[in-house]
Ligand binder design. Structure first.
Ligand SMILES: Cc1cc2nc3c(=O)[nH]c(=O)nc-3n(C[C@H](O)[C@H](O)[C@H](O)COP(=O)(O)O)c2cc1C
Length: 349
């Protein structure tokens, strides 16, 4: 799997998720088998580039390459400027966001709303490619299948974007209208894959190794992207890779390993956010990690009362050690994922 000049170790990607896929989480997923990670979206609004939120999002210290930065906005010149700004700060790949369903991406109808304005979408792609190509930086794009069931224009746009110089296209198999509800469909992704020569990445509802195998076979996609199923379960990448290679299931992580993985993640997380903000933003990662596990819900609630890094770490150690008395490996869990509100909020930069 290759994006422009960048050869990737495998074709299993972690999806960009604003408020989730910060540098510590991306690095965690890479360590556990993801071949590629795109950063959370950075706004094209210049006045926000100096903000703490944006500068944290643009922090790539120690991250394995290629460094891919996603940009979002509605104005072609501003998007081109944002691309150049991020390249100057280390971005090796620029990804354009036409996938977020939130009304207020950049306080405008950006994200997937751009799919409804094909002329503007093309203008943006052309402007960004014009800035990136001379710098040797590939431009990729992530979109949905269309605005609504009646306006499913991903195939037409895909052809237009490929002709405009996009190096890879990711498609989330839902329309904008669906948000995160209903089921992802893969027919549109399969049709796009058949029509294009650039790599196509399939995304949406891939949450088990079997689903990954089936989506890959059905769409013929060059790569798969996993988002919500990696929340609290970053080892899904090695599980899927192992299953695709051997047809066998990798054993679930031991309780001790899960404890250590989460502890290491939290240390990185506090390092980026500091204690006050770090303890609060770590709660969601901890909540996802214990979701569906015996006693997990009560523990998640207790976690919300703790204010110090050391308290959080200690409580986590104690909880996993307690679980370890009855379980050697993490028990299998069925978790319903519905992140509409969370994603909406996160995308509203
Ligand atoms: C909390 C959250 C934040 C997201 N933020 C972004 C984003 O910044 N850029 C983007 O292209 N997609 C974003 N998405 C969409 C995901 O990348 C992905 O397309 C979607 O979750 C479907 O994949 P999944 O079923 O594997 O989760 C976000 C999704 C969630 C749940």
């Amino acid at each position: 799997m290759q994006i422009g000049p960048h050869l990737l170790p495998n074709a299993l990607f972690v999806a960009p998720m604003a408020g989730v896929t910060d540098r510590p989480f991306r690095q965690l997923c890479r360590r556990l088998g993801a071949g590629y990670a795109v950063s959370e979206m950075v706004t094209s609004r210049k006045e926000l580039w100096g903000s703490l939120k944006t500068s944290r999002r643009a922090d790539h210290a120690g991250e394995p390459g290629p460094i891919a930065v996603q940009i979002a906005g509605t104005d072609a010149a501003m998007m081109a400027e944002a691309a150049a700004y991020n390249i100057d700060r280390g971005a090796q790949i620029i990804d354009i966001n036409m996938g977020c369903p939130a009304k207020k991406v950049c306080n405008k109808w950006a994200g997937s709303a751009l799919m409804r304005n094909e002329a503007l979408a093309l203008e943006i792609v052309e402007a960004v490619v014009a800035v990136c190509a001379p710098r040797g930086v590939p431009v990729t794009l992530k979109m949905r299948t269309g605005w609504s069931a009646d306006e499913r224009n991903a195939l037409r746009l895909a052809r237009i974007f490929e002709a405009a110089g996009i190096a890879m296209l990711t498609i989330h198999g839902r329309t904008r209208e669906q948000g995160y509800k209903g089921l992802a469909e893969y027919d549109t992704i399969a049709a796009v894959k058949t029509a294009l020569t650039i790599p196509v990445v399939a995304n949406g509802d891939i949450d088990t190794p079997e689903k990954a195998r089936d989506v890959l076979a059905y769409t013929g996609a060059d790569a798969l992207m996993i988002g919500r199923a990696a929340q609290g379960r970053p080892w899904i990448f090695r599980e899927v890779t192992h299953f695709l290679a051997t047809g066998e299931h990798l054993a679930a992580p031991t309780v001790t390993e899960a404890r250590d993985v989460l502890t290491e993640h939290l240390h990185d997380h506090y390092g980026l956010y500091g204690e006050r903000s770090g303890v609060r933003t770590a709660r969601k990662h901890i909540g996802w990690a214990v979701r569906g596990l015996p006693g997990g819900e009560a523990f998640r609630q207790h976690m919300n009362t703790l204010e110090r890094c050391e308290e959080q770490l200690q409580a986590l150690r104690d909880w996993f050690d307690h679980l370890g008395q009855t379980h050697h490996r993490l028990p299998l869990t069925e978790v319903a994922i519905d992140e509409d509100a969370q994603a909406d909020e996160a995308c509203a930069v």
